[in-house]
Unconditional design. Sequence first.
Length: 76
Amino acid sequence: MTTSHHSKVLKQIKDKPGKYQKYLKHNTPKKRKHGKGKHTCDLCGSTSGVIRKYGMKICRQCFRDNATNLGFKKYS
């Protein structure tokens, strides 16, 4: 079973309790306590390039798309 996200596999094996428990034990991703993987974009869920300053918590790509809506102006 190769999938992009572990929750898809959980839906597939929900009727098999033995496999379900074993999968949960070995394959669910652990919660990050620090580092780059802890902070995600609130809009798209990306972990790369997250701007956390002023409590924004959005990635740089989403910031470029929504900067005018957030009240920023582009100069020059």
